[in-house]
Design a binder for this molecule. Structure first.
Ligand code: NDP
Length: 346
């Protein structure tokens, strides 16, 4: 059995959904009430891959909302309680979705293995970051040529280059894709210098310097909502892959030749018959999902019950190959620029 731990995109959204699900007493509560609300297993699901293998899964809402991010103890408790519930339900492999994997890493929850009388078994959990990194890299490879970008000549900026997903994408782009030039963007200098050494190339730039030079930009950092970008200074065409969370780049960029694609999203080959992705505002919630969630499904389909993506900067090219092949074999495709693909097929 696979599991997915998720959360609503905002407090307002969470209240609305709780009302729809019949949890009226929680729905009407204020943020303090929500802070003490326990996680809920809200949905069971059964999915079948193209070769007819069926697996069972469950969605656990951690009852965390982004408004709790500044409440360190609450955020930590929400994630640990949801993990405890997943383990108690006997789920073999559970993906930590949305902010939950970031909270796990940033708040060093590895040192909190004991939750009441449950000792968390780390091998039952995965961040899903290996699949996310592979999907984002493939989205760049598939979609850049569709809008006239030759990746072998192109400058590709990775914003969040030193992160878990960003560093994996950089390794893939320099070793597998072979892009013209990699532009490495993050706030702290030292990790960038180490990454550059590790890659044997790439140019370190600030965001303001990188954007006007880039033919394609891979965003794998949560960007502040207040970030202002002057779209007129960007190259045309320019492909923006929005791999961060929340996915809000389309609110910031618009204009001739600018193409924003939601990054780290995959589509299953048939409708699943679940409600959980409607909560995540997917365009086709019956078959689209975050790649990190899909990683738990893939590991279950492949009988690979291990914490496949774990810790920071441990994603190897071999692991990306494994999860990428499993993704294709089990009926997933990456989300692409629809209108261009349709025109190319016609
Ligand atoms: P990490 O915390 O490991 O990395 C974040 C990276 O972003 C670091 O390189 C950090 O470096 C950089 N960064 C943060 N803020 C800024 C900023 N303001 N400007 C420039 N760089 C910045 O995170 P992950 O790699 O685990 O995740 C990255 C993003 O991907 C997150 O937003 C996450 O929510 C999202 N994600 C999306 C998924 C999906 O869509 N399927 C699945 C999983 C995660 P520094 O601190 O030096 O700036």
């Amino acid at each position: 059995m696979f599991g997915l731990i998720g959360h609503s995109t905002s407090f307002e959204d969470a209240r609305r959904k709780a009302m729809e699900l019949g949890y009226d007493h929680i729905a009407k509560g204020d943020l303090d009430v929500w802070c003490s609300a326990p996680p809920q297993l809200v949905e069971h699901v059964n999915i079948t891959n193209p070769s007819g293998k069926s697996i069972e899964g469950a969605y656990i809402d951690s009852c965390f909302v982004p408004e709790m991010l500044s409440r360190f103890k609450t955020a930590r408790r929400k994630v640990l309680n949801a993990m405890e519930l997943a383990q108690k339900k006997g789920i073999n492999i559970t993906a930590l979705g949305g902010f939950t994997s970031i909270i796990f890493e940033n708040f060093n929850l590895l040192s909190n293995q004991q939750v009441r009388n449950t000792t968390l078994e780390w091998e039952r959990f995965t961040t899903g970051n290996t699949h996310t990194a592979w999907v984002i890299a493939r989205q760049l490879e598939i979609n850049a040529p569709l809008i006239g970008i030759d990746l072998k000549q192109a400058k590709v900026a990775v914003v969040g280059a030193t992160g878990d997903i960003g560093s994996a994408v950089c390794r893939w782009l320099s070793n597998r894709t072979g892009v013209g030039e990699l532009l490495l963007v993050a706030r702290q200098k030292q990790p960038l210098v180490e990454l550059q050494k590790d890659l044997g190339g790439g140019r370190i730039l600030s965001l303001e310097e990188a954007l006007p030079e880039a033919d394609a930009v891979v965003w794998v950092a949560s960007m502040p909502r207040t970030l202002e970008i002057n779209s007129s200074k960007l190259r045309q065409p320019c492909l923006m892959i929005d791999g961060g969370y929340p996915k809000n780049l389309d609110e910031k960029f618009s204009g001739e030749g600018l193409h924003v694609l939601k990054g780290g999203i995959v589509e299953f080959f048939h409708d699943i018959g679940w409600n959980m992705m409607a909560l995540a505002e997917m365009e086709k919630p019956q078959r689209q999902m975050f790649a990190c969630f899909a990683e738990a499904m893939l590991l279950e389909f492949e009988n690979c019950h291990t914490n496949f993506s774990w810790g920071r900067n441990n994603i190897t090219l071999e692991k990306m190959d494994f999860i990428g092949e499993a993704s294709v074999r089990n009926g997933f495709t990456t989300l692409n620029l629809r209108s261009f693909l349709q025109a190319a097929v016609a």
